[in-house]
Design a binder for this molecule. Sequence first.
Ligand code: ADP
Ligand code: ASP
Ligand code: MG
Length: 444
Amino acid sequence: MGEGKMKIMKFGGTSVGKAERMHQVSQLITADNEQKIVVLSALSGTTNSLVEISNAMASANKNEAKQFIEKLENHYKEFVKSLLKTDAALESANKVLQEHFEFLYIILKISFSEALNKDILAQGELLSTKLFCIYLTEHNIDHAFLPALEFMTIDSYDEPQVGTIKVKLSQMLKQLGEKKLYITQGYICRNSKGEVDNLKRGGSDYSASLIAAAINASACEIWTDIDGMHNNDPRIVKKTYPIEQLSFDEAAELAYFGAKILHPASIWPAQFYNVPVKLLNTMEPTAKGTLITEKAGSVGAKAIAAKDGITAIRIKSSRMLLAYGFLRKVFEVFEKYRTSIDMVTTSEVAVSVTIDSDVFLKDIIKELEPFGTVEIDSNQTLVSVVGNEIEETKDVMKRLFDSIEPIPVRMVSYGGSKHNVTLLIDRQHKEQTLQLLNTGLFGL
Ligand code: ADP
Ligand code: ASP
Ligand code: MG
């Protein structure tokens, strides 16, 4: 089966959120003759609505949950009417809606659980792909449906394994036979218990990259609502511009440090299997976008990203002086609670680390206290300046620190890789910091 020749095209929520967008997607995926796997997200807003429904159910607020379901159902009824024309297509689509909304109404009657929550969250991608396939059939566009729940899996550590995905996916492709287009869901997967699960919010990018790695695709195209990775967060900073070329390392740092255009983990599969990633704009398909490959292209600072919801923990120990094994003991506590550390800084008497999940914060503090004084700063933001060989671009550091002169900085990290300088600031200074850095580093 055409291994190595297929292309992945992933379309995000806004790219499938309206009837005319789905129409546009059908044109983009049939624009050339290459064989493709098309990965779709849920319609924009749907996953947020499903989260609302789940939250209402979790807090036993069934009436509220029911109202949210009704609202979502009405939205889909209207969507289907605007998407499809023929009676046959409308009938198939209404059957799909009935099936999925009946499921949500039934859930109202059973007791809520974490497994059920995952089932609820999966409805968005199940709906978008099924409706899109009906649309393709209505327009006589030949395709095959590739259910993600049959090949996308995560292990008992919630990690996807490309090898396992590859075996399952190849078998399915073989069974389905040669097709120009395969349509599948992003985001959803099965966990090691066989339950429906997901790759976390924004996970469709991750799905696309994992599939690209598994079939050794010619390219992994991420189609979204903006013309590529910008040099700064366009939702916050007024003047930003798209970056034509990034290395995998740079893109991975930007994604990890909060550039919403890419899921934090979405680069490694493509990088490991050396599949070029392209970020493209569904609304403006001829725009250059961003090409991500092994090559960096140029040196210097390229972009800034920010990640909120960070907690900083400082452990002060008078005994740390010359004490080997201290850091290991500290890190072991985080490992025990499966909480990953984003940033670390050390001094002779203290170590500071940051985490982006405080689910186990209380337990972690309790276990750290025997080592010394533990101080917590919550509501922090990581701001990362990403680029290539930053240390060789002499004035970058000067311009960086000169520009943020009015901002109190809690932590600074540099040297872990050649690709970033990371600052930790209080969340309240985020907007100002991003703007100041935009001026200082990019003259904007
Ligand atoms: P999709 O639904 O297609 O996955 P997302 O909303 O997840 O789209 O990601 C695209 C959005 O990411 C853009 O509309 C933009 O607001 C936001 N974004 C944040 N930082 C950046 C950045 N550095 N470059 C481009 N977009 C960014
Ligand atoms: N629909 C999911 C979300 O909104 C996955 C995605 O869009 O990538 O998080
Ligand atoms: Mg996204």
